[in-house]
Design a protein. Structure first.
Length: 360
């Protein structure tokens, strides 16, 4: 991410600290920390453990890196939890996320559509992720947030960004985000989404998508991508097999936070990522590190399940989507502001926030 992004993060955290001058905000922060102290304790343990992993990873000079990232991430999560728990700021914050992803999608559709369609890449000038899979992942998050906003307050204009993000997702020809979105809707939202009205809207969107697939090369390309699923799965399985062999000598503690893959796959590709956040956690932190990550995830799922009635399971759907998505994408989630902040930490922040009904 750019220096501008880091500066915006610093400014946001500074404004959060300044807002604590008011007693009301201090009380809100204290409530968040007190009511979810187990989650914040686990997060602190998670960041500290991966910082210490630099010791047995023989990179003690990097021991401060996970701690620094952890402080930023904690500030980000606290900011999200407070903004989304307040009726005065919740909708505005959600709309800002949707607006950002929609503008990014429109920019890419206008200027990079040929690159995305033919090479599954974006230009250096593109303000979004360099990997189109992550871009499609953004769109899935945005679509589900739109669903949450529509459930809280019917604003029919929100169907427009849904359509834009859906087109962008299909244009990337990325299977993982599409599968994750289908599973998230089917497994968590089926009781609330499959109403007569929503089915009619979905049918209208399906007609538009069908026209897009039939009248453009996207349909054939997307079909070809799904036909390659078996081959691509084999590539990922070979990467995961190599990852497991890398940690065989240190299964409990892993190879350290700074350790990266570096090998040539049987297909001739130079591999530097595990293509799975879970495998990345295992590689860097071993079984202990993976268990800590799963404990943090379990806390998020519990919070999302606890407020399932107040937000119609949308927090659960968004976090579930993120968990499925990162099963076959990415490397690790402790970092400076980058794609994983939107694809994992944002869904976790939404899960940790209070629902509107809880506030009342």
């Amino acid at each position: 991410m750019s220096t501008r992004t880091n500066n915006l993060l610093h400014l946001s955290i500074l404004l959060l600290l300044l807002s604590l001058v008011r007693q009301e905000n201090r009380q809100a922060l204290a409530d968040v920390l007190r009511e979810q102290w187990q989650t914040w304790t686990l997060l602190a343990a998670f960041f500290t453990y991966y910082a210490l992993s630099n010791l047995w990873g023989h990179t003690p000079q990097h021991i401060d890196s996970p701690i620094t990232h952890g402080v930023y991430l904690t500030g980000y999560l606290l900011l999200m939890a407070m903004l989304l728990s307040d009726e005065r700021t919740r909708r505005l914050a959600m709309l800002a996320v949707v607006g950002g992803i929609t503008v990014l999608s429109l920019w890419t559709l206008m200027f990079d559509h040929t690159l995305v369609l033919t090479e599954r890449a974006v230009s250096p000038e593109n303000p979004g992720p360099t990997n189109v899979i992550d871009l499609a992942g953004y769109c899935g998050i945005g679509i589900l947030i739109c669903g949450m906003l529509l459930k809280e307050k019917a604003s029919h204009w929100l169907y427009l960004p849904v359509a834009i993000m859906l087109v962008m997702m299909l244009l990337t020809q990325s299977r993982g985000p599409i599968i994750a979105l289908v599973l998230a809707v089917g497994c968590t939202l089926h009781l609330h989404v499959f109403t007569r009205r929503n089915l009619l809207i979905a049918a209208a969107l399906a007609v538009l998508v069908a026209l897009l697939l039939v009248m453009t090369p996207v349909g054939d390309m997307l079909l070809a991508r799904f036909e390659e699923l078996g081959t691509q799965s084999g590539l990922r399985l070979s990467i995961w097999h190599h990852t497991l062999s890398e940690i065989a000598s240190q299964p409990w503690l892993g190879r350290g936070f700074s350790y990266e893959l570096d090998f040539i796959n049987y297909s001739g590709e130079h591999i530097t990522t595990t293509h799975s956040v879970y495998m990345g956690a295992l590689l860097k932190g071993g079984i202990v590190g993976l268990l800590l990550l799963l404990a943090v995830i379990a806390c998020g799922l519990w919070q999302a399940w606890h407020k399932r009635r107040s937000d119609s399971r949308y927090s659960l759907a968004i976090l579930f989507y993120a968990l499925v998505f990162m099963a076959s994408q990415g490397m690790f989630i402790i970092s400076n502001p980058r794609e994983t902040w939107v694809l994992f930490w944002l869904p976790l922040g939404i899960a940790l926030s209070k629902g509107l009904a809880e506030k009342r």
